[in-house]
Design a protein around this ligand. Sequence first.
Ligand code: HEC
Length: 195
Amino acid sequence: MNQSIELLNDGIQLESGPLPGWWKSILITTLALCPVYWLYFHSGAPGRTMADAYDQAVFNNAQLLFAQIGELNPDADTIRRFSAKDNWVKVGKAIFKSNCIACHGRSGEGIIGPNLTDDSYKSVRSIEDIARVILKGANNNAMPAWEGKLQTNEVVLVSAYVASLRGTNVAGGKSPEGAEIPPWPPVPPEPEVSQ
Ligand code: HEC
């Protein structure tokens, strides 16, 4: 007799009775909930993943931080300055995630709207045009106007984020549209704080 059979030969019998009902119901409930869970969290709908929740928290916190920066103007210097401030670009990214990814993609790679990660633009010739297009819209509202829907500070920060996307050339992005434009101007110095 070989050893493995001896080990089994301890008086314990292997039965083939049915699984207990409570055990089966846990299994079936888990299986039934699985697609619900999957659809909810992985269908790509914005705002449901932990990362999106984090972005939302950053955004909510930003509303408090807006007090620090006052009312910004959507001009070239302001947008360029903020495009170089990582913490504020993150806020711009959260605004982008809440409002823009349906048409421009999660990383700005372009879906209905153009790719914002290359050097070619349809309506943008200089950096302040980003804010102008966001405020006023473009192409008969194919790009909606956000004036009145976003606060001016939000427009500046989302513009700064869009400016920062330039040159990231996300893999698999939409092919370039419009014309290649000159690089953004250098980051201007911080304005003097007048007391
Ligand atoms: C309903 C879809 C849609 C949404 C939502 C949308 N866009 Fe657009 N966007 C477009 C389309 C389409 C264009 C191209 C318009 C054209 O043909 O000139 C565009 C153009 C732009 C441009 C100019 C790009 C270029 O090549 O000149 C910028 C910048 C931009 N969008 C930023 C944003 C930002 C920031 C948001 C969110 C606040 C946003 N868009 C939300 C569809 C959208």
